[in-house]
Design a protein. Structure first.
Length: 203
């Protein structure tokens, strides 16, 4: 396989991977993967998205272009199912909900991870500052802390979903039924402090 072939999956576009199911790669800056896949399921005049991408302007532009290739727009999205709560899968869903009222669903196993992300959005770098203090760099931690003002949670893209999905739950979109499968262990929540960590689960 040539290098071009290995990188082909990150090229923007709208790619049918199964009847009525389209893959739309969105940009993922500052990451070796370079792209994150969003899947659009088409039925009638409505779309269901699986994952949403990162809430950055470039990702929204590419998503809009990908949906336009289907003769649709973000306003045609009827529901968003998010596989896990990493920002490159979840945060753009929140902005789409704010703009269009589209409901967002997330696996119940990500409750704690989302709560930690929402806390971090209000008080950035708290976990990193705690590690600096633990490792004897309190002076650096305090200087960084003084530079960090409180963030507006509304601007971070971290909000609760409309629905928590359960393992084994069925989700219907048109004549297609999807099964929710919990996959614990993929993305455990970040520790609240340097001395505590709780395993999590994703869906």
């Amino acid at each position: 396989m040539t290098p071009l072939d290995r990188n082909a999956w990150i090229e923007p576009g709208t790619f049918e991977v199964a009847p009525g199911v389209y893959r739309i790669p969105l940009p993922l800056p500052n990451d070796g993967l370079r792209a994150v896949n969003v899947y659009a399921l088409v039925h009638g005049d409505g779309l269901l998205l699986i994952d949403s991408g990162w809430a950055i302007p470039g990702a929204r532009t590419v998503l809009d272009q990908g949906l336009a290739a289907l003769g649709a727009s973000a306003g045609d999205v009827r529901r968003i199912l998010v596989t896990h709560v990493h920002r490159d899968h979840y945060t753009q869903a929140i902005y789409l909900r704010r703009e269009f009222g589209v409901p967002v669903s997330l696996g119940a196993g990500d409750r704690e991870s989302l709560a930690i992300s929402m806390d971090a959005g209000r008080a950035p770098l708290q976990n990193q500052l705690a590690y600096l203090r633990l490792l004897g760099a309190s002076d650096i931690a305090e200087r960084v802390a003084r530079l960090q003002g409180p963030r507006d949670p509304y601007k971070t893209g971290w909000e609760a979903p409309d629905e928590w999905l359960r393992d084994g739950q069925a989700v219907t979109h048109g004549d297609r039924t999807l099964a929710v499968v919990a996959t614990p262990g993929c993305c455990p929540p970040t520790a609240r402090s340097p001395t505590a960590s709780t395993p999590g689960s994703t869906s």
